[in-house]
Design a protein around this ligand. Structure first.
Ligand code: DGL
Length: 256
């Protein structure tokens, strides 16, 4: 079985990493749109357009199931992708929400993500339907922080405090990490919020969600594609996957 995974860039490798751990007998194709990252400050129209193009590329690779690893793309493009593609499409929002619903006792949940994810209200709408009070916060500096490899120390703690102080004051008992990059600084976030707040990583929730649809019995391979050779690409692939992995750059003639 072949699973396609796409993201705006390298962040979705956190989702891929969880999938590789859960499903070692599956072929994976990953596309990171490094030429057009970030999606998190683009308009809804642009995010849908880019997402369709990424998905089309993966369909051309013959994938049987598609995972939208990017929270911003999941927030805006999931319905369009489901309407237009002949395979099952999973995003990261619903699994994160399901996990939060099982976790929260006080029904006060925080959500952090890119500006676009927060303004889409995608997490908020689903949680509020279940009677949960939602406190959202866009944390735009966390993506560049992680991409600089600053995953701990005073600078990371200072930026986390800057964004999360307000949420801490709302007495949430659960926080959803609504962005691909945030699992990498989860320890700093957990330290700041303390033991009373459970921090939810949608990557693992998604890996569990697709279990009924995955045939984890065949060959195993990993093909990584990126749309641009950004200067930090090698560093970030190794940082997130824990080892260097070869990748291909899409040729300029590619339709993307
Ligand atoms: N992958 C994006 C997300 O999860 C973060 C990076 C971006 O803004 O494109 O929302």
């Amino acid at each position: 079985m072949k699973i396609g995974v796409f993201d705006s860039g390298v962040g979705g490798l956190t989702v891929l990493k969880a999938l590789l751990r859960f499903y070692p007998r599956v072929d994976f194709v990953y596309l990171g749109d490094t030429a057009r990252v970030p999606f998190g400050d683009k308009s809804a129209h642009t995010v849908v357009k880019y997402s369709l193009e990424c998905a089309e590329f993966l369909m051309g690779e013959g994938v049987d199931l598609l995972v939208v690893a990017c929270n911003t793309a999941s927030s805006y493009a999931l319905d369009t992708l489901r309407e237009n593609l002949p395979v099952l499409v999973f995003g990261v929002i619903e699994p994160g929400v399901k996990r939060a619903l099982c976790t929260t006792e006080t029904k006060r949940v925080g959500v952090i993500g890119t500006r676009a994810t927060v303004s889409s209200q995608a997490y908020k709408r689903l949680l509020e339907k279940e009677g949960v009070e939602v406190f959202q916060k866009a944390c735009p500096l966390l993506v560049p922080l992680v991409e600089e490899g600053i995953l701990e120390g005073d600078v990371a703690r200072g930026i986390v405090k800057h964004y999360l102080e307000e949420l801490k004051g709302k007495h949430i008992d659960t926080l959803i990490l609504g962005c691909t990059h945030y699992p990498l600084i989860k320890p700093v976030i957990e330290e700041f919020l303390g033991e009373s707040v459970k921090v939810i990583d949608s990557a693992e929730s998604l890996a569990l969600e697709i279990k009924p649809f995955v045939e984890n019995v065949g060959s195993s391979s990993l093909s990584l594609y990126f749309t641009d050779q950004s200067p930090r690409l090698d560093f970030l692939v190794e940082l997130i996957l824990g080892k260097p992995v070869n990748y291909k750059l899409l040729p300029l003639s590619c339709k993307l």
